[in-house]
Design a protein around this ligand. Structure first.
Ligand SMILES: Nc1nc2c(ncn2[C@@H]2O[C@H](COP(=O)(O)OP(=O)(O)O)[C@@H](O)[C@H]2O)c(=O)[nH]1
Ligand SMILES: [Mg+2]
Length: 262
């Protein structure tokens, strides 16, 4: 469910970049961060355990225009890929409005992709969400490398729901904004339905029909200023926060969402 503040008229939509470790999730966020001007995105947050090795997640807020009178942001978040961090993945997934599954296209990583995707389905079910009902985009990443899983095979094995898919090389920016725009296309109409249906229920006692709740505004991901970067060049300023426990992470996710809306 998107996070909405009727007083400040702001709306936060949570999009999760899910996928096995090292598939390129953080690379997507880093590219987006580096290619949007300051006014269009917030700080890039990176949350670590005290060992400085294990990431809980990354968070990048991106301006997404107006939905009705609400200033809207996408909260782009990654999950950690390591098998033993299932609890972190579960907590990041709570309240997700859409998912980008970032797969590593290299043939030897097929099993890791499959295992991680089945984990995603299981974790969603844990929150009573059927993956077939969740806005979803597949990103088949690292297409610049050799020995690749063919796109047809990817779709046969993963994409029985016929979700949109994007072939990408996130390291070079190929497919990164296309992926974001594909997930936005699915998520935004859903969010509008959910929110304005909620308001209708409270405001006018269910009198209006649901179809009146959907508006025609289009979300625009602003790319006002494009910065050209060489691959590997890193302009990123990451803010790092350390945590002791899972509860700290849960609290921080809630706080970040609240801070953003206040
Ligand atoms: N060749 C290639 N390498 C990539 C691509 N995307 C990410 N990588 C590299 O894969 C490694 C892991 O990426 P990262 O984004 O940290 O993975 P994460 O664990 O999913 O967040 C890094 O060394 C990236 O530079 C890509 O499209 N092509
Ligand atoms: Mg990462």
């Amino acid at each position: 469910m998107p996070n909405i503040n009727y007083v400040t008229k702001s709306l936060a939509i949570k999009i999760i970049y899910y996928g096995p470790g090292l598939s390129g999730k953080t690379t997507n966020l880093r590219y987006i961060y580096n290619h949007l001007n300051k006014d269009s995105r917030g700080e890039f947050l990176c949350l670590e355990t005290p060992s400085e090795r294990t990431l809980f997640f990354d968070l990048l807020p991106v301006k997404a225009g107006m939905i009705r009178e609400f200033e809207t942001h996408f909260h782009l978040m990654t999950v950690p890929g390591q098998v033993f961090l299932e609890a972190s993945r579960k907590s990041v997934l709570k309240g997700a409005d859409g998912i980008v599954f970032v797969a590593d296209s290299q043939v030897p990583l097929l099993d890791a992709n499959l295992e991680n995707f089945s984990g995603l389905k299981k974790n969603l079910l844990h929150n009573d969400i059927d993956i077939n009902l969740m806005p979803l985009v597949f990103q088949y990443n690292k297409r610049d490398l050799e020995d690749l899983i063919p796109v047809d095979a990817f779709n046969r094995l993963f994409n029985s729901m016929d979700a949109p898919f994007v072939e990408s090389s996130a390291l070079y920016g190929k497919g990164v904004f296309e992926t974001l725009s594909e997930i936005a296309k699915q998520v935004v109409p859903r969010v509008k339905e959910k929110i304005f249906w909620e308001r209708i229920k409270t405001d006018v006692n269910n009198v209006m029909k649901r179809k009146f709740a959907v508006t025609k505004e289009q979300i625009i991901i602003k790319r006002e200023k494009t910065v050209t970067l060489e691959p590997g060049e890193d302009q990123l300023q990451m803010k790092k926060i350390k945590f002791m426990s899972q509860e700290d992470v849960d609290m921080e996710i809630a706080k970040l969402q609240q801070d953003f809306l206040d």
